[in-house]
Every structure is written in C-alpha cells, then in structure tokens.
Ligand binder design. Structure first.
Ligand code: ADP
Ligand SMILES: O=P(O)(O)O[C@H]1O[C@H](CO)[C@@H](O[C@H]2O[C@H](CO)[C@@H](O)[C@H](O)[C@H]2O)[C@H](O)[C@H]1O
Length: 483
C-alpha cells in the first residue's frame, strides 16, 4: 500500500468509535431498507465492526465504508457525509449527526450520490488494499474511467449500480465470512470458458486479520438491452403468446451451466444416509415455516409425504454439485442475440453462506424455474395453467436435450425439491410480499395431495456433443409415477 493510501486508511478502533454517534440514526433507518433481513423485529444490538474512509480526510463529500453488526448479522453500508444535502439527494437522507467527528453534518446513502458512486468505481479500477478492504480486478478486462453511474431501481436483496450501461456493480448488503458464491461461481465458470454467466471484472472484500475474507461487491459486464426472463414471460402471457421455445432454450442454458459447474468444482455422491439427511432438512424447514406461516399448517402433514418419499427412495444415492441455488425467471436474462444468461449466484439470501456453498442436486435449480412458470401463470388473469405446463415440459426437454437426462425421470427427487421451494416461497412471501402468498399456497395445496400417476416421459436422446451435469455415475432411479 502506498504511503498516501496508508495515511488515508482508517480501519481502527478509534475510527469505528467515531461512528458510534451515528448508530442511533442507523438503527432508525435500517428497518425501512428492503435488504434489511431483520424487518418486523426491534433491533436489540447494533455495533460498528469496521469503518474506513474511502476518500482522503477532509474530502467533501466524504465517503465512509461501514460494516455493522446488527443482532449478529453483518451489514455493509456506504455513507456519504456533507455539510448539507442538495435537493436532488433528499431521498438519500439518513440523518443529521449531532455529536462526534461528523457533528453538524448530514449523513446519507452514498450509492444514491452520482459523485460518490463514481468514486467507488475509481477505487475498483485501482486494485490494492485500503484499510480493511481489498480491491481486485481481472487484468484482462479494461474498465474505462468516468463512466456515469445510475442506481438500479426495483426491489432487491442487494444494491446495484449501472455504470455507463457497460458494467453493473452489486454491493452486497448482508455479508459473512467466506467467498460469496456470486463471485466464486461466475469466476469458476468464466475460467472454464462458460459464456452463459457474465464474468466478474472487479470485486472488493474485507480482510479481517486472521479471518476469512468477506465478499462486499462485484462488478460485471452489464448485458445492455437484455430482457429479464420474468418480465419477458409476463409480457408473452399478457399477449396470449407461447413461451415454449424460450423455455426450451433456457433448459439448455441451465444444463450447460450445471455441466460446467460440475466439471469445474467438486461434486459428491450423496449416499442413502445423506439423502435421508437432506430430506430431514426439508422436513425441518417445513416445520419451521409452518410455525411462522399459519396458512401452511393444514398442509404440513401432506407436504411431508414428498420428503418421506425422498428419504425412502434412495437405495443408490443422488449426485450433488455446485448449483445456482435460487434459480427463478428473475435470475435469467435473454440477451439481444436471443441467448439466455444466468445471474445472481448468491443462493437463497436467508441461508447461511456455508450451506449455500455446499454441493446439492442440480434438480434444486430446475425446481426453482418450474415453480417460476407457475408463478407467472398465476400472476395472469385468468390463471393460465396450460401455459405453465407447456413451459415446464419445454424447459425439461431442453435440459434433457443437452444432458441426455430429463429431470422428470426422477419424480420423487423433483417433487421433493418443488415442495421445498414452495415452502421457501411461502415464507418469503409472508415476510416480504404478503399479497403474493396465494401463489405458493396454490402449489402447496397441490403438492400436499398424494402424488398422482402421470404420463411416462419418453427418454430424450441427447443432442450431438451433449454435456453431462453428472460426472459421477448416476444410477437410474426406479420408475415412479410423475410428481
Ligand atoms: N449483468 C447484468 N446485465 C444486465 N442486467 C443485470 C445484470 N446483472 C443484474 N442485472 C439486473 O439487476 C437485477 C438485480 O440483480 P440481482 O443479481 O438479481 O440482484 P439482487 O441480489 O439484489 O437480487 C436483475 O434482476 C437484473 O434485472
Ligand atoms: O431475486 P432474489 O434473489 O432476491 O430472490 C428472492 O426474491 C424473489 C422475488 O423477487 C423470489 O422469487 C419468487 O417470486 C418470483 C416472481 O417475483 C418468481 O419468479 C419466483 O419463482 C419466486 O420464487 C425468490 O424466491 C426470493 O429468493
């Protein structure tokens, strides 16, 4: 680190102490933020973990990087500091400091200030350490100076900024020790030559002395003009148009990503005991969700059937690998050339990072997309069940075309994962969007009924040069009725 950078860096106990007078205003501001996981509960403990100036002392505005411990969860904040706030920045206000080193100044959300957002990109362009933070980048990808930032609008788990329609920076909000899969997996895929995922070009982390780094932000190419798969599906539905060609192509793209992940990162064969443990985990999640979401309780016993069937079905085990972990149509982008890309490999935001980094059956992602077609069809008036069924079939056929293996050939596994996903969604909707709870509840009702026999899926011949997502010997399960 240069002397100047060293002088600027201020991750020290006294800097963190300087933040202490701001803690009451942060305590009041946090619960209103979409990305704050502790909504609905009073904050009982809030302490500053670290604080660092990202700009030289005395800069106006100032840019402060802060990690906060809020009831055991660590959050990343970027605070702007100014003597007063121009009217255009009024919506970014957090509060007025009355004591401490920032007394008399306004504290605000820095990502909403184009000047400070531009400074953050500058930092990412210059790799190196700054206090507790470490900035890194892929030397092969140029990042031009002076790109104009704009915040991404809309409901999100994290906060994203688009720079000059060329790059998008995701600033993770709830962070934990260990590399975030949203950095780890796209880097592994890029190294393996898989072009289905935008490759990280720069990133920054916190490096606690002697501890594992925490991933704080990732910059990647912005796929300009691309269509979000969820919005695209809704538009097609609204116009009464078919979506099966896209669903088929998305099945192929998902299979390609799974195959590349299986080839690049460790895979494991889950034996019968581990599969039973997997089913037990799903059962426990169901029980916990039923305690929280009253509407789920009448269906709990019926839903458990899917997990019991999974635990009982495995003489031979299940192949597991690194996967996306929270795949749904909103995590897919159809680019201008008509091909599909997958984004947001963070996994389910509420799960501990170590769990999200564990290999799992690829069918978990498949179930996520299949649920998404149901979501889309149920957002439409009138409900369009045939549209969803056709898309679900086309997606599975596309997947099979690439891998030679149709996910519907393993109905017990698929049903268990669909059920687990619907349970997750019931909790997600009851916490974040209660008006949407009826969508997963419709699936919950269906999945709580005993599995019905359905048509046998004809085996799909793989396309020439097909990839396998399962490099492990993947035993054929006994034939069972479809979920
Ligand atoms: N590389 C990209 N190119 C274009 N748009 C993107 C890209 N990455 C993300 N987006 C857009 O940003 C939105 C939020 O990104 P996402 O990774 O899902 O963030 P979060 O973790 O906050 O949910 C996506 O729904 C998509 O519309
Ligand atoms: O995008 P995130 O990683 O924040 O994912 C969370 O939010 C999603 C909603 O934005 C939620 O997805 C659910 O709603 C979608 C429609 O809005 C639907 O397409 C998905 O199938 C459904 O699961 C996701 O579950 C949650 O983790």
């Amino acid at each position: 680190m240069s002397e100047a950078a060293s002088a600027r860096s201020r991750l020290t106990a006294d800097r963190a102490a300087g933040i202490a007078p701001l803690e009451p205003m942060l305590r009041a501001w946090l619960p209103a933020q979409r990305w704050f996981a502790g909504k609905g509960r009073a904050i009982s403990r809030l302490t500053t973990v670290s604080a660092a100036d990202l700009l030289p002392p005395g800069s106006t505005p100032g840019l402060l990087h802060v990690l906060l411990d809020v009831d055991g969860d660590c959050y990343q904040l970027l605070l702007g500091i100014r003597p007063s706030l121009p009217p255009a920045l009024a919506p970014t206000l957090i509060g007025h400091a009355e004591e401490g080193p920032y007394a008399g100044r306004v504290v605000y959300e820095a990502l909403g200030d184009p000047r400070l957002a531009a400074m953050l990109l500058e930092r990412l362009r210059s790799p190196g350490a700054l206090g507790p933070l470490r900035f890194d980048r892929d030397p092969a990808t140029p990042i031009p100076a002076g790109l104009t930032p704009r915040p991404l609008s809309g409901e999100q788990t994290n906060s994203s900024l688009i720079y000059g329609d060329s790059f998008i920076l995701k600033v993770f909000r709830r962070v934990g020790p260990g590399v975030n899969p949203d950095l780890e997996l796209p880097r592994a895929l890029a190294a393996a030559g898989c072009a289905r995922v935008p490759a990280p070009v720069a990133w920054y982390e916190a490096e606690p002395p002697g501890g594992e780094p925490l991933t704080l932000g990732v910059l990647q190419p912005y796929l300009r003009g691309s269509d979000d798969g969820w919005q695209l599906a809704l538009r097609r539905l609204g116009a009464g148009e078919d979506f099966t060609a896209e669903a088929h192509a998305l099945g192929r793209a998902t299979a390609e990503v799974h195959s590349a992940l299986a080839a690049a990162l460790p895979t494991v064969a889950l034996g019968p005991e581990q599969t039973a443990r997997l089913a037990a985990g799903m059962t426990a999640r169901l029980a916990a969700t039923a305690r929280e979401v009253a509407a789920l309780r009448p269906y709990e016993a019926g839903l458990r059937g899917a997990f019991d069937a999974l635990a009982a079905s495995r003489g031979t085990g299940v192949a597991a690998q690194r996967i996306h972990g929270d795949l749904h149509l909103g995590q897919t982008l159809r680019t201008l050339d008509g091909s599909w890309s997958l984004i947001d490999f963070e996994g389910e935001p509420a799960r501990p990072l170590a769990d999200r980094r564990r290999p799992e059956p690829a069918v978990r992602d498949i179930a996520g997309i299949l649920r998404s077609f149901d979501y889309a069809a149920r957002s439409h008036r009138p409900f369009a069940p045939a549209w969803a069924d056709d898309c679900r079939a086309a997606f599975c056929e596309g997947y099979a075309r690439t891998t030679g293996r149709d996910p519907r050939e393993d109905p017990v596994l698929l049903r268990a994962y669909e059920t687990d996903k619907a349970v997750y969604e019931a909790r997600y909707e009851s916490r974040h969007r209660p008006d949407w709870l009826h969508v997963p509840m419709a699936a919950i009702r269906r999945l709580s009924e005993p599995a019905r026999p359905a048509h046998r899926v004809p085996p799909t011949p793989p396309a020439p040069g097909a990839l396998s997502p399962h490099p492990l010997p993947h035993p054929k399960p006994p034939r069972r009725p479809l979920a």
